[in-house]
Design a protein around this ligand. Structure first.
Ligand code: FES
Length: 179
């Protein structure tokens, strides 16, 4: 039997506020899906239906938006979702080697979650940090750049201890020549 999802009074108030930012309701889909993911941890089809019904839109429209972005989780994920970029720049800098290493280390394939519910891996499109390739993102949050297998190992160990990576400030090439 599929799980029942509902928005409470506070959620509905926030949704009304989101809707009021736009001249029509369709642009509200993205922030409302985000709100739903924040609340339920994912936007599986039953959550997409809730969003569609709440906004008075066809479920197919909400599903189209949710399925386009890997940032929306279409099924339950692990505590940490590791989005490994395998687009062009990351690919030529070893993105697939990083993905293979992670898959072997965690014993799962991209798209899967470890049995203990700690980690999910996703292979994703460009995250806009091509200059720091190869890279990954942790649960729609911190970027971990210039990856090596050692850096991946230390990331996993830290995450197991509940330590999120620090924000990495990396100088842009044009700043390196300034003095
Ligand atoms: S190709 Fe990986 S961040 Fe752009």
């Amino acid at each position: 039997m599929s799980k029942e999802y509902t928005f409470d009074k506070d959620d509905l108030k926030k949704i009304e506020e989101i809707k009021s930012r736009y001249p029509e309701v369709t642009p509200a889909v993205m922030p409302v899906l985000w709100l739903a993911q924040d609340k339920f941890g994912h936007v599986e089809p039953a959550v997409q239906k809730l969003v569609a019904d709440t906004l008075g839109l066809p479920q197919a429209h909400v599903q189209g938006v949710a399925s386009f972005y890997t940032q929306y989780y279409k099924k339950e994920k692990g505590k940490f979702v590791l989005d490994v970029c395998t687009s062009f720049s990351c690919q030529i800098c070893g993105g697939y080697e990083i993905l293979d290493h992670l898959e072997n280390k965690l014993g799962i394939k991209a798209g899967e979650t470890t049995e203990d519910g700690m980690f999910s891996i996703q292979s994703v499109e460009c995250l806009g940090a091509c200059g720091y390739a190869p890279m990954l993102q942790v649960t729609n949050d911190k970027y971990v750049n210039n990856l090596t297998t050692e850096k991946v190992d230390s990331l996993i160990e830290n995450l197991k201890q509940g330590k999120m990576p620090e924000f990495e400030s990396i100088p842009m090439p044009q700043h390196e020549t300034e003095s």
